[in-house]
Design a protein around this ligand. Structure first.
Ligand SMILES: [Zn+2]
Ligand SMILES: [Zn+2]
Length: 329
C-alpha cells in the first residue's frame, strides 16, 4: 500500500500529507476570489470607464487612470503582504523564569517576570499581565509553549499567534501583530477602490445596460461582463465599508477582535481595557509613530515585539484590580 507509507521527515502517512496539502491548497481559493474581485474593479475603472473617456476628456481620463493605478497598487501590495507576512509566533526561547513562577507561599504568582532568551543568550525581562484563573502563566497545550499577553492559538494555522486578531479565510492567514497593519490597509484601500469604481463606473454601467437592451452579438456579452463586474465591485465595497469601520473602531479602542468578545466576560473586561492607551496612542501602536508611513505598506516606526504590551495601569493599580476581582467585586 503505497499511500500508507510513512514519511521519514514528518512521520505522517502519504494520505495524511495529501490531505494537508489539499487543505492548504483549498485555503487559497478565497484569496483567488479576492483577486478576481480586484480584477473586476480594475476592469470597470480602467477598461470600461477611463480609457473610453480619453477620447472626450484627455485630462479627466489620465487623472482617472493615475488614481486607479495608485489604488490598485496599494490594494494588491497590502493584500499580498497580508497573505505572505508571518503574523508572529512565540519564540521557542520565550518562557517564564522558573524562580519567579511561584511565590514563597507555593501558590502561583499573579505578576510573573518573564524572560526572553534569544539565540545570543541575552536575557530580556518582560512583564506580563495575563494569567490563568489560578494565577499560573498561560500555556498552550497544542504547541507546548507559554503564551505571551494577547497571544492565542489558531486552530486553522495550528500554532500560537502574537496579538491574534482573528483568522481570516480571505487571506488564508491569521491577522496578528506583524501583519495587522497590512490587513487593515488592504481593507481601507480595497473599500476606496470599490467606491471609486462604483461612482465613476455609473456612466459605463448605463452604457452597458443600453447595449444589452438594444444591441446583439459580441457587444452584448462584453456589456454583460461589465455589468457583472460593476455589481460584484459594489457589493464587495459595501461589505468592506463594514469591515473598515469595525477595524478602525477596534484599533482606536486598542482592542483585537478576540478581545472584543472577551470583554463581555466581567473577569476579563478589566484586563482587556488596560491595553487602551487613548485613541491617538492606540492608532500609533498599529500604524506607527510617524504619520508619513501610516498609509504606506511598511512597518516602519511601529513599536514593540508582540511579546509584551504597554498598559494604562501601573503594577499597583493592577494589584488593586486583582484583589477586587478575587473578592468578587
Ligand atoms: Zn498554540
Ligand atoms: Zn490562523
Amino acid at each position: 500500500m503505497f499511500l500508507e507509507r510513512i514519511c521519514i521527515q514528518c512521520q505522517k502517512s502519504c494520505i495524511e500529507n495529501a490531505g494537508l496539502f489539499c487543505t492548504r491548497a483549498f485555503g487559497f481559493l478565497p484569496c483567488f476570489f479576492v483577486l478576481v474581485i480586484i480584477a473586476c474593479g480594475y476592469y470597470v475603472t480602467t477598461v470600461a470607464t477611463f480609457i473610453p473617456l480619453l477620447s472626450s476628456s484627455l485630462v479627466g481620463g489620465i487623472l482617472g487612470l493615475v488614481v486607479t493605478q495608485l489604488l490598485a497598487l496599494n490594494i494588491v501590495i497590502n493584500f499580498l503582504l497580508s497573505v505572505v507576512c508571518d503574523p508572529g509566533g512565540v519564540p521557542s526561547s520565550w518562557k517564564p523564569k522558573e524562580s519567579m513562577m511561584k511565590t514563597t507561599r507555593g501558590s502561583w504568582s499573579r505578576k510573573v517576570q518573564l524572560v526572553q532568551t534569544d539565540s545570543t543568550g541575552d536575557v530580556q525581562p518582560t512583564m506580563t499581565w495575563e494569567f490563568k484563573r489560578n494565577g499560573a502563566p498561560r500555556f498552550c497545550r497544542y504547541c507546548a509553549t507559554y503564551k505571551p499577553d494577547r497571544t492565542h492559538h489558531c486552530r486553522s494555522c495550528k500554532r500560537c499567534i502574537l496579538k491574534m486578531d482573528h483568522h481570516c479565510p480571505w487571506i488564508n492567514n491569521c491577522v496578528g501583530f506583524y501583519n495587522q497593519k497590512f490587513f487593515i490597509l488592504f481593507v481601507y484601500y480595497a473599500f476606496l477602490g470599490c467606491l471609486f469604481a462604483s461612482v465613476t463606473g455609473v456612466m459605463a454601467l448605463k452604457r452597458a445596460l443600453f447595449i444589452i437592451g438594444e444591441e446583439e452579438g459580441k457587444q452584448v456579452v462584453v456589456a454583460a461582463i461589465q455589468v457583472i463586474c460593476y455589481c460584484l465591485t459594489t457589493i464587495f465595497g459595501l461589505a468592506l465599508l463594514f469591515f473598515a469601520v469595525f477595524h478602525t473602531m477596534l484599533v482606536l479602542k486598542g482592542r483585537t477582535t478576540i478581545e472584543m468578545h472577551e470583554i463581555r466576560d466581567p473577569a476579563r473586561a478589566r484586563m482587556v481595557r488596560k491595553y487602551n492607551l487613548g485613541w491617538k496612542r492606540n492608532w500609533k501602536k498599529v500604524f506607527g509613530n510617524n504619520w508619513l508611513y501610516w498609509f504606506l505598506p511598511v512597518r516602519w516606526s511601529i513599536d514593540g515585539d508582540g511579546l509584551s504590551f504597554e498598559s494604562n495601569m501601573d503594577e499597583q493599580q493592577m494589584s488593586l484590580v486583582e484583589s477586587a476581582n478575587e473578592e468578587g467585586v
